[in-house]
Design a protein around this ligand. Structure first.
Ligand SMILES: Cc1ncc(C[n+]2csc(CCOP(=O)(O)OP(=O)(O)O)c2C)c(N)n1
Length: 514
């Protein structure tokens, strides 16, 4: 067996079942090995930014890594923005990046580049395999590194001769470093702070943003009145009927300051203190009152769920939580189609267990409000601010969860970055409803333009934020990639198109004209 086959067998043995790929010449032995080994699904993406975003979506929903296969430095570099988002999401992910054969490096051939230099800023672990005899062991280490709690990106560089030379065989899977118990007397110290009667808020991130962790947080709230919050862009949040609802921290600095202005005790569960997304002249970056005490109940790599449960017990909290969302099915709106009527329709037909990939940007509030009382679902957001994540994220989530409906909510500007994901949805027959909010604008940047105090924008500046000339056509774009697509202009039309897309299986595009 060659090095490539030993690596693929090792990845499968380590629990990696899917490889999202866009390969080239230097990865051909890995590609060939995919046919020799059972248990690895290979999924082609037509741009690396789509490939890496899919691996992120898969990792967030499967709670284990997918592999990517990327073509040397340029292939990796094309995928960096969504690897940045995956790093921010703490998604477990293994990149396999092909490279020139080791002896070829000295000639500085056209595709030679500093691959570790591209990989390092997004990766928690980077290694270049020196030999076909070590690549299997390196693969096992890469998976182990990716799965270290809370999850990170591991990048394994695979020189072509490492792939084609003889190997000894696959390597066994390595143990996974699960989330660790919180340190020492942390629970007691936080319990004391919460018993003080001072105004408290708990910010939660990571695995504790699912039913069990939120249940414990809701018990703590019942006992202490502490508020429960999550990041504006939490990687994955379980929400809807039957789940303890959390407040989402707002986006703009002054709103964050307002949210936390009365907080005296700030408890962090695998989270960081809230800061402004950008700096703005004259506005704060740090959004917690200077006088607040900050407690790290659990660090990112620690077991936030167990910590919240121990805290609830230490406080003598009641068995039942407060803030449990109730199921409410609102009436269907009629007439004007805007983000609020669209949101009501999205919530009305949302099936239980759906996954929402949300990059709706300025069109997102309507659906977030309406789906708060929809059937239970998972909500995935744009974690690193690098737009063009939503479509691939939805695609990867659909691969991880074939029995769940995936709904992607996307601004038309951001969707243009990685629209190739639609082609993969069609090819793999993935069950994704893609709702594109067509405001023909980089609307958020119009708001930011005013906020940063850049002066009165002229026509040249405004045209940099406008997408009218020429008009995008998402019906043609979707159909051109094999996805059934429709355009809707009224609430009734959207309700019809969305309800039918939810009922059917397979990918759809609905262009919502705003
Ligand atoms: C990779 C990357 N490039 C550029 C930006 C800057 N940017 C932020 S929002 C935005 C436009 C988003 O437009 P759209 O998705 O249509 O949403 P809207 O603001 O119109 O609601 C741009 C270009 C970014 N955040 N990330």
């Amino acid at each position: 067996m060659n090095g490539a086959e030993s690596l693929v067998r090792t990845l499968v043995a380590s629990g990696v079942e899917v490889c999202f790929t866009n390969p080239g010449t230097s990865e051909m032995h890995f590609v060939a090995a995919l046919d020799k080994v059972d248990g690895m699904r290979a999924i082609l993406g037509l741009f690396e930014g789509a490939v890496t975003g899919m691996a992120d979506g898969y990792g967030r929903m499967a709670d284990k890594p997918a592999a990517t296969l990327l073509h040397l430095g340029p292939g990796l570099a094309n995928g960096l923005a969504n690897l940045h988002n995956a790093r921010r999401a703490q998604t477990p992910l293994v990149n396999i990046v092909g490279d020139h054969a080791t002896y070829h490096a000295q000639y500085d051939a056209p595709l030679a580049s500093d691959i570790p230099g591209f990989a390092r800023p997004v990766s928690g672990w980077v290694h270049s395999s020196p030999s076909a005899k070590t690549v299997a062991a390196d693969g096992a280490r890469a998976v182990q590194a990716a799965r270290v709690a809370p999850g990170q990106i591991a990048t394994l560089i695979l020189p072509a001769d490492t792939a084609w030379n003889d190997a000894d065989g696959p390597a066994p899977a390595l143990p996974v470093m699960e989330p660790q118990p919180v340190a020492g007397d942390m629970v007691d110290r936080v319990a004391k702070a919460l018993k003080s009667g001072r105004k408290s808020a708990i910010i939660i991130r990571g695995l504790a943003l699912r039913k069990r962790g939120l249940h414990a947080a809701g018990r703590i709230a019942a006992k202490t009145g502490a508020r429960i919050l999550c990041d504006t862009f939490a990687p994955r949040l379980e929400r809807g009927a039957g789940i303890v609802a959390v407040e989402r921290i707002p986006y703009f600095a002054e709103q964050i300051v307002d949210t936390f202005k009365d907080v005296e005790e700030l408890i962090l569960v695998c989270a960081k203190p809230p800061v402004s997304f950008f700096a703005y002249p004259g506005k704060p970056s740090w959004c917690t009152p200077e006088s607040a005490n900050i407690h790290y109940l659990a660090q990112a790599h620690e077991d936030g769920i167990a910590a919240l449960e121990a805290l609830a017990d230490a406080l003598g909290a009641p068995k039942d939580p407060i803030h449990v969302a109730e199921l409410k099915k609102g009436d269907l709106p009629k007439g004007k189609l805007d983000q609020f009527s669209a949101g009501q329709i999205i919530a009305h037909f949302l099936p239980e267990g759906a996954v929402i990939s949300d990059e709706a940007a300025t069109s997102g509030i309507g659906s977030q409000i309406a789906t708060a009382t929809a059937p239970v679902h998972d909500h995935l957001s744009l974690t690193g601010g690098a737009i063009g994540q939503g479509l691939p994220l939805a695609t990867g989530a659909a691969v991880a969860c074939p029995d769940r409906k995936v709904v992607c909510l996307h601004g038309d500007g951001g969707a243009m970055y990685t629209l190739q994901a639609l082609w993969t949805q069609a090819r793999e027959k993935l069950d994704v409803v893609n709702v594109i909010f067509a405001n023909r604008s980089y609307a958020i940047l119009n708001i930011e333009l005013a906020r940063v105090g850049a002066g009165n924008p002229g026509p040249k500046a405004l045209s940099m934020l406008d997408l009218h000339n020429p008009e995008l056509n998402w019906v043609h774009l979707g159909q051109g990639m094999g996805v059934e697509a429709t355009r809707v202009e009224t609430a009734e039309e959207f309700a019809d198109a969305y309800a039918s897309a939810i009922k059917a299986k397979g990918p759809r595009v609905i262009e919502v004209m705003l």
